[in-house]
Design a protein around this ligand. Structure first.
Ligand SMILES: [Zn+2]
Length: 236
């Protein structure tokens, strides 16, 4: 299968579904990791232009650990707008190129606007990608189906009630390694949010594991909108 994961910032997918992406990749599925925002404001000292480059490299390093392709849509932090056609167009292009069997992204409710805007934009783009008269100037075929969408966990799991779980017990170490690739954020999240980033990621994975009888897990819900539903279990 082709799996497209769309996160907001360069570390969000690693936090929310890194173990699942690692598992998918090891099972032979193709994984594409997209981050919409470039992360230019995620540091106290490093200036935005320099930070963009650092974070792009960190994301590539994380993706390389599981053989995933990494794509940056280069939207500045705090300026992600789902009602701007520019963002929808970029996402449609990615969806038409990747042709995903399903998409993983943020849930419609999360802790900051950039995240929720990504969720809305992915929902809209997954439909628009199938419309022949929408932006065909890229010369890429429309996607042949409105891809099912799975929502990954919120930050710290707040207000999120998974309906499906993925056992990532064999992938927790690579998940931690992926997150550890984001060295700039380990410093930033300690200074800005007072959290030990890697401990945070491990704890949420363990908490989700407790809920489903596994050592470590990640939780998901499925987007409940026609025609995105399916009888198949698509998550690994
Ligand atoms: Zn984020």
């Amino acid at each position: 299968m082709n799996v497209l994961a769309v996160g907001c910032h360069p570390d969000d997918l690693e936090i929310g579904c890194g173990g699942t992406l690692a598992k998918l990749s090891s099972l032979g599925h193709k994984v594409t990791m997209v981050h919409v925002a470039n992360g230019d404001k995620g540091h106290k000292i490093i200036p935005p232009e320099e930070l963009i480059q650092i974070r792009r490299l960190e994301a590539r390093k994380a993706g390389s650990l599981i053989g995933a392709e990494v794509v940056s849509l280069n939207t500045p932090d705090l300026l992600v707008k789902s009602d701007r056609d520019e963002l929808i167009s970029k996402l449609v292009k990615v969806i038409r190129e990747v042709r995903p069997d399903y998409i993983i992204t943020h849930p419609p409710e999360d802790y900051m606007k950039d995240h929720t805007e990504v969720s809305k934009a992915v929902f809209d783009a997954s439909f628009s990608a199938t419309i022949p008269h929408y932006n065909l100037d890229e010369g890429i075929d429309t996607h042949d189906k409105v891809a099912p969408i799975y929502y990954m966990d919120t930050l710290a799991g707040v207000g999120f009630h998974p309906t499906e779980y993925v056992d990532i017990s064999d992938y927790i170490d690579v998940k931690i390694d992926m997150n550890n690739s984001h060295q700039s954020q380990i410093k930033w999240l300690y200074e800005h949010d007072g959290i030990d980033f890697l401990d945070f990621v491990r704890t949420v994975s363990k908490f989700r594991g407790l809920q489903c009888g596994k050592a470590y897990a990640e939780g998901f819900t499925q987007c409940q909108a026609w025609p995105r539903l399916t009888t198949a279990r698509l998550l690994p």
